[in-house]
Design a protein around this ligand. Sequence first.
Ligand code: FES
Length: 145
Amino acid sequence: MSEEKYEVKGYSEKGWLYTDKVKEHFFNPKNIFKTDQELEEFKKHADGYGTVGSPACGDVMEMFIKVKDNIITACKWRTFGCASAIASTSILSEMAIGKTIEEAKKITPQDIVKELGGLPPRKIHCSVLGDQALRKAIEDYESKN
Ligand code: FES
């Protein structure tokens, strides 16, 4: 099968399609749960939880937040999604920490993609996973407070 038959290519003759920022966050994701045990421990003291599945690809994202004085102090996650989902959620977690709940709600998938320096068009939906999971985690926090 020729390469042109693939729907999504990570690279072309011009080099990688992913920006350096995407690669940096994919290879070294921030605020990710590295083990189930770490997730279980964090869960005990989390203030909000959100999980979503992507209708576009069937991948899943889980996110937990901690909130103090209306400010997000921690944002941890894990996913069974792709490189773009990992990079997007990694950078989103950094963007969310330190923001008030109101500010965090204003973050959009477009903001995430901008921070990453862009994503290949067919991977834009991957940035929505983290965004939706954060929204659900905030809704969960708000429903309890
Ligand atoms: Fe499923 Fe990217 S292809 S999250």
